[in-house]
Design a protein around this ligand. Structure first.
Ligand SMILES: [Zn+2]
Length: 341
């Protein structure tokens, strides 16, 4: 891994650019109602083994909102077990107040900064992978496009000949279609040849939500062309803010049932046949999350971190974040794999 490529995390980002402060409360309340609704079906939750390596030896890491998270003693993946069954999860997402609130308020208020600060740099990164690994920019397939911000940027850019989004939720598929994106309104598992041979398959912030991530990866395999790339992003359960804040980390929530780490996700991808080309942790928010927790009195920092993250934040905050990202220590990770030729 080249140092230059590895330190490519772009410009400084702050949480307020992604979710305006005045909307946070409404979103938190909607999410709390979703969680209550989910907890009412706790009797339908299912105990699982480690979603990355299959080990059964996960000891409890922490509880949050009534859910139990375990840490695999073999691969350190943090995972919710017992977890909502697939039926319960499908109902949760179909009726989520949080997503409705997000769609109505947060998305319109923050899309412009998300486009500029997140999705455009992500497209550049994906194009960079194509160049690094000699992959043709024919078809780009996005799994789980949400409202279609990334796919629309990719389509407008002309960086790929064809951009296709696969989205099972009808309202989201409709939102994508209204922006001119080619959409297949189906689950990735149910595709039947429409896009076999994608040069690049991307799934941003998807795999941490899935009941059975291995099956998802298996379903991506035949969709990617031989030699094609699969690019995933997700939280890194071994990253700085999760390590510091534990259950208090934002990434630990009722929807994130799998918190992989670069090594454990690589292992899982190899086990379904992919060749893992690289992983890195280009996160930009760990230091800010930990700083905010300290400022709010939720955690106590030792004298050194108090200096770096609070007293001398303007001087050290962003360089410290860049250090975390470069060294594989941020809580946001990317992995790039290839279907062998
Ligand atoms: Zn494991």
């Amino acid at each position: 891994m080249g140092a230059t490529e590895n330190s490519d995390i772009g410009t400084c980002l702050s949480e307020a650019e992604l979710c305006p402060d005045d909307l946070l409360k409404g979103q938190e309340e909607a999410f709390a109602r979703d969680i209550e609704r989910l907890q009412r079906r706790a009797s339908e939750f299912v105990a699982v083994v480690c979603p990355a390596c299959g080990a059964e030896s996960g000891a409890k890491a922490f509880d949050k909102s009534g859910f139990t998270y375990r840490r695999c003693s073999d691969c350190a993946t943090i995972y919710m077990s017992p977890r909502p069954s697939e039926t319960v999860m499908a109902d949760y997402y179909a009726n989520s107040e949080n997503y409705a609130y997000w769609a109505k308020y947060i998305f319109p208020a923050s899309e412009e900064s998300r486009r500029e600060k997140i999705h455009k740099p992500w497209l550049q990164r994906v194009v960079g992978y194509c160049e690094s690994y000699g992959v043709t920019r024919g078809t780009l397939l996005e799994v789980g496009p949400g409202f279609g911000t990334f796919s629309s940027i990719a389509a407008e850019s002309g960086a790929f000949k064809r951009v296709v989004a696969v989205e099972p939720t009808p309202e989201l598929a409709k939102a994508c279609r209204s922006r001119g994106i080619e959409v297949i309104n189906r689950r990735i598992e149910d595709l039947s040849g429409e896009v076999a041979g994608a040069d690049v398959v991307v799934a941003f912030e998807v795999i941490e939500h899935l009941f059975e991530p291995r099956r998802f990866l298996k379903s991506l395999y035949p969709i990617a062309a031989p030699g094609g790339l699969v690019v995933l992003s997700c939280p890194n359960g071994q990253g700085f803010d999760i390590a510091m804040l534990g259950a208090g980390a934002l990434a630990v929530d009722a929807e994130h049932v799998n918190l992989f780490n670069p090594a454990s996700l690589a292992k899982l991808m190899r086990s379904v046949g992919f060749e893992v080309l690289r992983s890195h942790t280009p996160g930009r928010l760990d230091a800010e999350f930990v700083r905010e927790a300290a400022l709010a009195g939720r955690i106590a920092l030792d004298a050194f971190l108090q200096r770096v993250l609070v007293d001398e934040w303007d001087e050290h905050g962003w360089p410290f974040q860049q250090f975390l990202a470069r060294q594989g220590l941020s809580s946001h990770m990317w992995i790039v794999a290839r279907r062998p030729r």
